[in-house]
Design a protein around this ligand. Sequence first.
Ligand SMILES: [Zn+2]
Length: 251
Amino acid sequence: MRERIYRTEALILRRSDLGEADRLMLLATPGGKRRVLARGIRKTTSKLAGHLELFTRAGLLLAIGRTFDIVTQSEIRDSHTTLRAELPRLSCAYYAAELYDRFSEEDDEHPELYAVLAQTFAALDRSANPDLALRWYELRLLHLTGYRPQLHRCVVCQDLLTETASRFSPTLGGVLCPQHEDADRAAMTMSGPAFRLLRYLQSQPLTVIEGLRLSPEVRSEAESLLRAYLRRLLERDLRSVAFLDEVLRIE
Ligand SMILES: [Zn+2]
């Protein structure tokens, strides 16, 4: 039998008002995505108020409910105040949250995916290059959910790729060797520096990625390649992408 009450860490991904004073929240937790209810949170006297702001990382005590589990206590672990105060960072967080939502199922335990999202929010809160943190996040998420793009062997013949490879196929999910460039007529042209960056993003920790110095051209090319692949997987654009385009300009 499940415990009536349990503790978890969580990132608050979405909130919507319910009734007079309650709020429904979508959480990312190590135990998976979860919808929970915060009762009375919109009353000024609520002990929960202020603890459960969007994109905060919090420790929660929850009671099992019939439809939704109910937040009974909370403590802030990281309120990510910079992230929430600056629109470009905020738009990145909306995008990261939406990707998590689209690639995960409710109550599907995935502590690594949670850890990657938590690391990404922390980076979006402090990093000088939020776009690189997002690219790293996209590749980690794709890896952890079984959609890792193939960047080291040709997606058609499985031969090891050299740096001369210059075509990326969102449909086939990876890079084409020079012999198989025509396997996908819709494959995208990819420059050498963008190819190196994608491989680097796939293999290096976030702390290393954050310190990279790259031209705006290479960064936006990597963004286009990954976005095309994600769009192919999700079969349509994410809602937050338009918002992101409007407020985040790579300088
Ligand atoms: Zn090939």
